[in-house]
Design a protein around this ligand. Structure first.
Ligand code: SF4
Ligand code: SF4
Length: 452
């Protein structure tokens, strides 16, 4: 049975001086809701409000609930937990809010309190521990999983499993995820483990480090490879620190802020000698830029986290700011672009990837209405809240232009979710990462040159 806040002894060691009724330190920050004037300008931006029409599933409603618990008018219980965990943490409300209320930040802090008051139990607790603590922070275990998946895909077992319908024992959404699982290739971190630096292909102009990510380097190592190719092509020496770890975004979204802090510290140390930390996954980049929020009550680490977050840069923004070679080969495709929430709303990166795509000869960009609306991926939201995630995805797919051949974006979670949308709604678009297209154009240019 879930443990409610009323049955939990208040910890005397709480380090804040606030009068909040939350039980633990690192609780929702009253300065974050202080500017909310209940104007409702965030409502239309919120996918969960659009679907449910319920105030408690709107940004304004969630801010009100979080504040009410702090004021002792509500308890941390199931009624509070549901709307807080149904939030996609898409940050669209923060973009829409004229007062810049950080609803996403409040949600994450509230989840931290909920998970301490009401720890996950039963199979949900076991699965959560298995993935969040037992798998994502351990690169060697992720590599072993990658090897198993490679065997599953290459040995013919996957074909048999699909043909015989064995997958029907799985919940529907997991079956859909299996169907779009990308081909697993060798991890980039492992590939470059003996190289101190991957040298620039020409004159060195900059020195950068690359976050390879946890799941990213197993499921999307080809995108990591493209990132290394594009960076070295454009005058960057690339370092891949071997002690880096998972960014902790999934842990923070799930309310496990303690593990989030542990992973943040490891990354801050791993990249301490780096001038720039390049990230190709919007969710990871956003989480790393927000590390200082995790150390609000720890001045020493907060300073370190602030210095670190300044160095974190999305790959498309970095290339746009530092300059890149315009490819000469053509990629003759009609492409639309989906704004990952944690790139557009979380980091304000919107135009740079579009400009980068437009610089590839032959690319024809087609506008997607509501391009910055969430696709429903939201970390592992599509696993924990499959029904709501499915409705958000349906609405997203309605906006994907029919006649495009590719959908480009800058986040692996979105890539999986959009691939699921393409499959589910009988569409035929290829899902690509922005940096992949640039790499493909360079490769085509090189092969044309070699053939001359
Ligand atoms: S969060 Fe911002 S937009 Fe929403 S009600 Fe409050 S002030 Fe208005
Ligand atoms: S983060 Fe997204 S889902 Fe959550 S309240 Fe804001 S707009 Fe709604």
């Amino acid at each position: 049975m879930s443990q409610t806040a009323s049955s939990v002894k208040k910890e005397p060691a709480c380090s804040t001086t606030s009068l909040s009724n939350y039980l633990w330190s690192d609780h929702p920050d009253e300065n974050k809701w202080a500017d909310c004037v209940h104007c409702g300008m965030c409502l239309e931006a919120c996918p969960t409000y659009e679907i449910t029409g319920q105030e408690q599933h709107s940004p304004r409603g969630r801010v009100h609930l979080i504040k009410s618990v702090s004021e002792g008018k509500l308890k941390v219980n199931e009624q509070f937990m549901d709307p807080v965990f149904a939030c996609l943490d898409c940050k669209a409300c923060t973009t829409a809010c004229p007062a810049d209320v950080d609803v996403g930040g409040l949600i994450e802090e509230a989840r931290g309190q909920i998970r301490q008051a009401m720890p996950l139990t039963g199979w949900k607790g076991t699965v959560s521990k298995l993935f969040l603590q037992g798998l994502f922070p351990h690169q060697n275990r992720l590599n072993s999983l990658g090897n198993l998946l490679k065997i599953y895909q290459k040995s013919g077992v996957q074909k048999v499993v699909r043909k015989t319908g064995m997958l029907h024992v799985m919940p529907q959404h997991l079956m859909e995820m299996e169907a779009i699982m990308p081909e697993v290739k060798d991890s980039v971190r492992k590939k470059y483990k003996n190289e101190q630096v991957v040298k620039s292909k020409g004159e060195t102009k900059h020195e950068v480090s690359l976050l390879t990510g946890c799941v990213m380097d197993v499921m999307f190592s080809d995108i990591n490879e493209s990132t290394v190719n594009v960076l070295t092509r454009n005058g960057n020496d690339v370092t891949i620190p071997q002690t880096q770890t998972c960014c902790g975004a999934l842990h923070v979204h799930a309310g496990d802020r303690e593990t989030g802090r542990k992973l943040a510290k490891q990354n801050i140390e791993a990249f301490k000698d780096s001038e720039k930390v390049i990230v190709n996954a919007a969710g990871c980049g956003c989480a790393m830029k927000e590390y200082p929020e995790l150390f609000r009550e720890d001045p020493e680490w907060r300073d370190k986290a602030e210095a670190f977050s300044e160095k974190v840069e999305d790959i498309s923004k970095y290339l746009y700011d530092t300059g890149y070679e315009t490819p000469k080969a053509e990629i003759n495709k009609r492409i639309t672009y989906h704004d990952a929430c944690h790139l557009a709303h979380g980091q304000g990166v919107r135009q740079q990837p579009r400009d980068l795509l437009l610089d590839i000869p032959g690319v024809e960009m087609v506008h997607m209405p509501n391009a910055d609306r969430c696709c429903g991926s939201a970390g592992i939201y599509n696993i924990t809240n499959p029904e709501m995630a499915g409705e958000v995805l349906e609405s997203k797919m309605e906006n994907v232009p029919e006649d495009v051949e590719m959908i480009a974006m800058g986040n692996p979670g979105c890539m999986l979710q959009m691939a699921m949308g393409v499959q589910k709604y009988g569409r035929n678009q290829q899902i690509v990462h922005t940096v992949q297209l640039l790499d493909w154009a360079y490769q085509k240019e090189d092969s044309v040159k070699e053939g001359e």
